[in-house]
Design a protein around this ligand. Sequence first.
Ligand code: ASP
Length: 343
Amino acid sequence: MARARNRPALVAHGGAGSAGPGAERAERRRAMMAAMRLGARILRASGSALEAVVATVAALEDHPLFNAGYGSLLNSQGNVEMDASVMFAEPVALPAALRPASRGKRSGHTDHSNGSDYSVSAGAVAAVSRVRNPIVLARAVMEHSPHILMAGAGAESFARKAGIRLVRPEEMVTERARERWRARKQQSEMLEAERAARAAMGHGTVGAAAVDVHGGIAAATSTGGVPGKLFGRVGDSALIGAGTFAHGFGAASATGQGEAIILTALCREAVLALADGSPRPVAREAILEMIDATGAEAGVILVDRRGRIGYGHNAASMQVARYDRAGGLRHLWLKPIATGRRP
Ligand code: ASP
């Protein structure tokens, strides 16, 4: 018997942080909508949620105003070190044509949520400097290696074998990122100035979560990391469960202070909470819990298996775009959630 067709939906973020320079907002909005159109087109053509989130995130990685791929922030040594991850929860009955190429370590988990069987798979890369699209490499790790997370030079060597072109690390550095790095370096003796600069910095990490008509559910996240990060630092965006998670209930991508997102396993907590709630209150609750535990700033986007979307953050601003059949394509500069405590 044919499976019921699901309602496709896609939600993406362009990072939580300061609103960023006003002069850049129109272009950031335009780029986000262009990336969303790619993802939405895939979903409308009955393509997979995995394809949709990777296409959306890769397009944002290519845009220099986002802190991912080309345009990533620089680490303390002035180099790009990028993290990315992707996860796919695939109904066991998904048509063969839509299944990723390799079974690899897939099917490690089958969940029986909602009476459906899902097999989940994931791939991630950490601290890579020589690939133009870290999310494409994360997907290659998922589909063509027996591993989930690969880092640094080893991940880049794997990229070459997987047919992904390597670039010189300098090719990933924009003039804008270099200027920001220089400005930070001048302030680095002054801790308070450093803290203030950090708080004022727009983050610009990118991520997406989607559900497709076949019931496939995916999330993807990519980042250049946080301002002033040490050489070798890896954040939540490389870590399944922290910055990215997908499951039979739904999928999530996070942004913000990675250390806090890791400590609270933000995306996994949020997605599992979809068992008992809808994405909007679940996103808000996940952020409130993160604040309680860490006092940090972060944001999360969520989609559930029914195609319902939610998001929340407690930074100054967060850029979000959404697509579903009922509402079409929309863009939002999202205000922070009210953090007045729960009863
Ligand atoms: N979460 C990212 C990291 O910590 C940064 C961000 O989302 O702005 O690397």
